[in-house]
Design a protein around this ligand. Structure first.
Ligand SMILES: Cc1ncc(COP(=O)(O)O)c(C=O)c1O
Length: 403
């Protein structure tokens, strides 16, 4: 019988065979169930990270697995060359849920970001008849839209950009949560404003309450599109189904991903108004796996669970509770605690020496959690977590921040 590889052997193999692009936590996970993950030695950890919010429904949600198995058993993994019911139904359900009209399916979040950029450009050239190659999209400093060339080209983070040029032109940076900056940045070439409703990787930055409403008004007045990246905030994470719904607005293009895949498949999409997406014609875009039937079947189930089990309401209530509890912690390291729903950041003072060492201390306490933007401890547990389980994790956080 083959011997199981030890964690030390796995880590050595990583160092030898896997490009070193992640500051990986020193733990070798072999399985997950609900809100827990387990390492090769059988130790249990509370997942306060949920794979960058892709696991809103936790690890191996039974209904998601059941749907996946049934779909696999049917033997049908259908792609876009022919019609299939799962993509059609996902399109219907996602548009009904969002109040938008049409979707374009993709695989990863950044591909959907790219699709949003392409779609806005296409609309400007085909509908508004702008001169080709002149379109500009306004984005915000400290944004995170992924790692393709277009996404890093609009990033303000030197590490993401500097050694990967030449960059894609057509982006203009303005400060986040600053409607006046948006007004001032718009010129005759501006076609869209692309923004996250809460900046995630940027350090859990929650804008003022009226931000989305105000930027919607500005985009309408200036006749430019509003593209909202809800890849991380969407589907319950921030305590509503989507931030835009909570704000009472509707974007021209919504970008979704991560937990749309029920924690087991990469699937993303843009959902937009027909007035824009109608300009696509066959051959303009495509993706081998984008919108394939298996991912769509899983995504449909994920959408159903989010709605039926009132996942956003849970995130809202537990988020209020968690922030209240965290604000009572008396730690010399905490600068500020902020968040929306179960997307919470503990910003640490410079003298704390960064968030990473606290993530490692938490790992030893049996809690998985990651840093955002070096000095922010980011908490994003699966939204199916119970209050008791949440309390257990919060107690561990208090412990590492006070000892
Ligand atoms: C707001 C936002 N947009 C885009 C992305 C990129 O998604 P992916 O890593 O699936 O490409 C992320 C990932 O963290 C994100 O948080």
């Amino acid at each position: 019988m083959k011997q199981k590889l030890s964690s030390a052997e796995i880590i050595t193999m990583y160092n030898q065979f896997i490009a070193n692009t992640y500051d990986t936590l020193p733990v070798n996970l072999t399985r997950g169930k609900g809100i827990y993950v387990y390492d090769a030695e059988g130790n249990q950890y509370l997942d306060f990270w949920a794979a960058y919010s892709a696991l809103n429904l936790g690890h191996g949600h039974p209904q998601i697995l059941d749907t996946a198995k049934r779909h696999l058993d049917s033997g049908a993994l259908l792609t876009r060359a022919c019609y299939n019911d799962q993509l059609a139904l996902l399109g219907k359900e996602l548009t009904t849920l969002t109040g938008l009209d049409m979707m374009l399916p993709k695989n990863s979040g950044v591909e959907a970001f790219e699709a949003a950029v392409k779609t806005a450009r296409m609309y400007a050239y085909r509908k508004k008849e702008m001169k080709r190659n002149t379109a500009e999209i306004i984005v915000c400093t400290d944004n995170f839209h992924g790692r393709t060339l277009a996404a890093i080209s609009c990033s303000s983070e030197p590490q993401y950009r500097d050694d990967f040029g030449p960059h894609t032109p057509g982006f203009k940076l303005i400060p986040y949560n600053d409607p006046h900056a948006l007004e001032n940045a718009i010129n005759k070439n501006t076609i869209a404003f692309l923004v996250e409703p809460v900046q995630g990787e940027g350090g859990i930055i929650v804008p003022s309450n009226d931000y989305l409403k105000t930027i919607r008004e500005i985009c309408d007045r200036e006749n430019i599109l509003l593209l909202l990246d809800e890849i991380q905030t969407g589907l319950g994470r921030t305590g509503g189904l989507f931030c835009f719904k909570e704000a009472g607005i509707i974007p021209d293009i919504l970008i979704v991903g991560k937990s749309l895949g029920g924690g087991i498949v990469p699937i993303s999409a843009i959902v937009g108004s027909r007035k824009i997406l109608q300009y696509y014609k066959p051959g303009d875009d495509g993706s081998t796996f984008g919108g394939y039937s298996f991912a769509c079947a899983v995504a449909r189930k994920a959408l159903k669970i989010v709605q039926k089990q009132e996942i956003p309401k849970r995130a809202h209530e537990l988020g209020i509770y968690a922030i209240e509890q965290l604000r009572q912690i008396k730690s010399p390291y905490i600068k500020v605690i902020r968040g929306k729903g179960l997307m919470i950041g503990i910003e640490l003072k410079p003298e704390a020496g960064g968030a990473r060492r606290f993530c490692e201390a938490l790992l030893k306490e049996g809690v998985i959690c990651k840093e955002a933007h070096h000095h922010v401890l980011r908490l994003s547990p699966p939204l199916i977590i119970s209050k008791e389980q949440l309390s257990t994790g919060l107690e561990k956080i208090e412990k590492v921040l006070t000892t």
